[in-house]
Design a protein around this ligand. Structure first.
Ligand code: DGY
Length: 321
């Protein structure tokens, strides 16, 4: 029997994925699911031809340089690749793959949840109930704002942005988007392209951030851009925390410029700006955009498919570099 390729998984994966991983590879798993810094990762990867990593491992130039020479392929259990220095990977001849498509629906769903959860003050309302502070029904209690029929701006019209636009149509929203390029009309789902982000922001009663984190999008939502939003706008970020300037967003929440925020991602997560916790108009989730059984299985299987294709010499389902 041919020797199976040796592959390290830096994190414990869902059961169905672990089962296939152990059947198809000489698997070096991480049952303890402990955090691996670059040195520990390189140590565990000794003798491995492949590594499955996740956004919790910062695969910067130093971490990539520390990988044993035997490692040919890095399969990230994510669509986002901002934790990987792709230039360093390329320079070293390291193949990188990711998991697009399979998490689009789940992440678009959570974007709608963040928009609605924020607009309807979901977390503050639930806290009222859990903490036994619910008094009588009242015409003025916990008043949110309607989502239906409003205008939505989408920053980043990739697969997830497009899936959000599709869902927004079900809420009779008028959708605008800002993206590096205008999409074919069949991919716009009725949304209008704004080449100038300011045009989109001025019309965004709701703003959904669904772009990748790049040098261009880091700290994109700052005070200057927030000022362009209509008063009382609602902002959701399900992309990456650093796209937003927390100080500026919190100031806008406090002034009422922004009515509420729905955040699934945070700068420096799992740490985050604790001031959000004190804001009743902040609907907060711990980066669970793709966290469903079906989606996480599909993401894991996509990692395994990429690895299997590489070792069989076949084209890779989702190669990044
Ligand atoms: C990704 O895949 O990049 C997500 O953020 C993980 O849910």
């Amino acid at each position: 029997m041919p020797t199976l390729p040796r592959v390290l998984a830096t994190r414990l994966m869902p059961d169905a994925v672990e089962t296939r991983f152990r059947a198809e590879f000489d698997a070096v798993g991480n049952d303890a699911d402990d955090a691996l810094d670059a040195a520990a990762l390189a140590d565990r990867a000794r003798g491995c031809q492949g590594v499955i990593c996740t956004p919790t491992e910062k695969m910067d130039a130093a971490a990539i340089a520390a990988l044993p020479d035997s490692v040919e392929i890095l399969a990230t259990f994510s669509v986002g690749c901002d934790h990987i220095d792709l230039d360093a990977a390329k320079a070293r001849g390291l193949i990188v793959t990711n998991t697009p498509d399979v998490l689009t629906a789940a992440t678009a769903d959570i974007t709608i949840l963040c928009l609605l959860g924020a607009a309807r003050l979901g977390q503050a309302s639930e806290a009222t109930l859990r903490e036994g502070r619910w008094g009588r029904w009242s015409p003025t209690f916990q008043l949110g704002v309607d989502l239906s029929g409003k205008r939505l701006g989408i920053l980043g019209m990739g697969r997830i942005g497009q899936a959000v636009a599709k869902r927004a149509a079900g809420f009779d929203m008028t959708v605008f988007y800002h993206n590096r390029r205008k999409l074919d009309s069949s991919d716009e789902h009725g949304a209008t392209f704004c080449a100038d982000a300011a045009d989109m922001l001025r019309q965004s009663d709701f703003l959904a951030i669904t772009c990748p984190l790049t040098d261009e999008t880091r700290h994109w939502l700052n005070a200057e851009r927030i000022a362009l939003l209509p008063d009382g706008a609602v902002v959701a970020n399900t992309a990456r925390g650093p796209v937003v300037v927390d100080d500026d967003l919190i100031a806008a929440l406090d002034s009422g410029k922004v009515f509420a925020v729905g955040l699934d991602v945070f700068d420096g997560e799992p740490k985050f700006d604790p001031r959000y916790l004190d804001r009743p108009n902040a609907f907060l989730l711990p980066h669970i955009g793709s966290a469903t059984v079906e989606t996480r299985n599909a993401m894991g299987f996509r990692c395994l498919d990429n690895l299997a294709a590489h070792f069989a010499g076949h084209p890779l389902p989702s190669r990044v570099v």
